[in-house]
Design a protein around this ligand. Structure first.
Ligand code: MEV
Length: 417
C-alpha cells in the first residue's frame, strides 16, 4: 500500500518500522490532538480555546547526501502532496548541495537626540570591551556554550541616530530572547556612558545569513503524461525567467516556496513571522521583488538554486513547551540548526519545482479541485468511506454545497436500501 493511502496509524507504524522515528515519538504524534490546558494558557494571553491543524510529512526530501522526512503543518490541502512530489523529482538527480553561513542573530541599540554625534560614536567605539563584558554577564550560559556577543559596530544614521549593532551567536536556539537580553543590557550600559536612554534596544529580524541549496534534475524525470521532460524543463525555466522580471509572478512564485518552508517552520515550533519577515526582506533587498529560487535548463538537466535566510532554532522558545514540535524535530532528525535549515532549503526547492511543473503540465486546478472536493465532502458531514466516494462524485460534476448534500443523501439512501 502506498504511504498516502494508509491511515495515520499505519503511517506512524511504517515510520517506526523504517527507523525514521521511535515508538515514543509516534505515540506523541498519535496523541497530539490538543495541548494540555496549562500549556495552552501559557502560550497565549486571554486564551479562549485551541486551533487544530493537521501535521503531515514530506517524505524522503534529499538534503546534502541524506534523505529526511520533513514534518509540515498547513491548512492548504495540496501543499504536502506537492512537497512529496517535488522531493521525488529532486531525488532523481545527484543530490541537493547545501551551503550555510554560521548561525547568528543581530540586534541594534539606537539613540536619538544626542547633542554631539561624532563624539558619541567615538566614545562608544572606545568601550567595546566594556560592552562585551556586559553582554557576557547578561547571559553567561550562552558564553559557556561558545555563543554570545561576537562583534559590534557603531554608526551614525541619517545625521540623527546613533546605532550600535551587535552580532550574536545563539548556539542552537533561534536567538531572539538571547539577542533581546544582551541588547537591553548593553543598551543600559551605553545609556549610562552617553547620559541618554536608548530609543530602542532589540533584535533585528533582518537576517543576512543567507543559506543556499542547489540541485540538478535530469530532464527525463520531469516528463508528465502529455509532455516530455525537456518540454517541461523549458516551461519551468521560462516561468523562472518570468519571475525574475515580473514582480507579480515573483511574489506568487515565492508564496509557493513559503507554503513548504512556513509549514515546516510551524511544525518544528519556530516563529513563522520571523522567518517570513526575514525572507521578504531578502526577496526585496534589491529594491524589487526577486524570486527566491531560480531554474535554468542545460542540455541534460534542469538546475535549480534557492537562497534565503532562515532564522530558526531547535531549542528554546515555544519548542520547549510543545511536545509535537519536539516530536517533529525528532522525526526530521534535526539535531542542529544547520540540519533544520538544510531541510527547509531543500523543501523550498521541492515545493517550487512541484508548483512550476504543475503549471507547465496538467495545471494546478485538477489536483486542487480533488482536494477541495474532499474538504467540501467533510464540511457537509461525510465520514469514513463516504468522503472519498462523495469527493469523486463531486469532482466530475457541480461542486456546490447543495449538490454535495443531495449526493450524500442519495448515497446514504442507496446504502440503506
Ligand atoms: C499556491 O498556494 C502556490 C502556487 O500558486 C505557487 C506558484 O504559483 O508557483 C502554486
Amino acid at each position: 500500500m502506498k504511504f498516502y493511502e494508509m491511515t495515520a496509524a499505519q503511517r506512524l507504524a511504517q515510520l517506526v518500522e523504517e527507523g525514521a522515528m521511535t515508538a515514543e515519538t509516534a505515540a506523541i504524534f498519535a496523541g497530539s490532538g490538543a495541548l494540555s490546558a496549562d500549556v495552552a494558557a501559557s502560550l497565549s494571553e486571554n486564551q479562549l480555546g485551541q486551533f487544530s491543524l493537521p501535521l503531515g510529512v514530506a517524505r524522503q526530501v534529499p538534503v546534502a547526501g541524506r534523505v529526511v522526512n520533513v514534518p509540515m503543518v498547513t491548512e492548504e490541502p495540496s501543499v504536502v502532496a506537492a512537497a512529496s512530489n517535488g522531493a521525488r523529482l529532486l531525488r532523481a538527480g545527484a543530490g541537493v548541495q547545501i551551503t550555510l553561513p554560521p548561525h547568528t542573530v543581530r540586534a541594534e541599540i539606537v539613540f536619538d537626540g544626542l547633542p554631539d554625534l561624532p563624539a558619541a560614536q567615538a566614545l562608544v567605539a572606545a568601550h567595546e570591551a566594556l560592552f562585551k563584558q556586559v553582554a557576557d554577564d547578561a547571559h553567561p550560559s550562552a558564553v559557556q556554550r561558545g555563543g554570545g556577543l561576537k562583534a559590534q559596530t557603531v554608526a551614525v544614521i541619517a545625521d540623527r541616530f546613533l546605532k550600535i549593532g551587535l552580532i550574536i551567536a545563539p548556539g542552537q536556539a533561534m536567538g531572539a530572547n538571547l539577542a533581546n537580553t544582551i541588547a537591553e543590557a548593553v543598551g543600559q550600559a551605553a545609556g549610562k556612558l552617553l547620559n541618554s536612554r536608548p530609543l530602542t534596544a532589540i533584535l533585528t529580524n533582518r537576517d543576512e545569513a543567507i543559506g543556499r541549496a542547489t540541485v540538478a534534475v535530469p530532464l527525463g524525470a520531469l516528463a508528465t503524461g502529455t509532455r516530455t521532460g525537456a518540454e517541461v524543463a523549458t516551461g519551468i525555466a521560462a516561468l523562472s525567467a518570468l519571475a525574475e522580471v515580473d514582480e507579480d509572478r515573483a511574489v506568487t512564485h515565492n508564496k509557493g516556496i513559503l507554503n513548504g518552508i512556513e509549514a515546516a517552520v510551524l511544525a518544528t515550533g519556530n516563529d513563522t513571522r520571523a522567518v517570513a519577515a526575514a525572507i521578504y526582506a531578502h526577496a526585496g533587498a534589491t529594491g524589487r521583488m526577486s524570486p527566491l529560487a531560480t531554474w535554468r535548463q542545460t542540455a541534460t538537466e534542469l538546475v535549480g538554486s534557492i537562497a534565503l535566510p532562515l532564522p530558526v532554532g531547535i531549542l528554546g522558545g515555544a519548542i520547549r513547551s510543545l511536545p509535537v514540535a519536539q516530536a517533529s524535530l525528532a522525526l526530521g532528525g534535526f539535531t542542529t540548526v544547520a540540519d533544520l535549515q538544510g531541510a527547509l532549503l531543500a523543501l523550498g526547492l521541492a515545493q517550487n519545482l512541484a508548483a512550476l511543473r504543475a503549471q507547465v503540465g496538467p495545471g494546478l486546478q485538477a489536483g486542487h479541485m480533488k482536494l477541495q472536493a474532499r474538504n467540501l465532502a467533510i464540511s457537509i458531514g461525510a465520514t469514513g468511506k463516504e468522503i472519498g466516494q462523495l469527493a469523486a462524485a463531486l469532482s466530475s460534476g457541480v461542486m456546490s454545497e447543495a449538490a454535495a448534500q443531495t449526493l450524500l443523501d442519495q448515497m446514504r439512501k442507496e446504502q440503506h436500501s
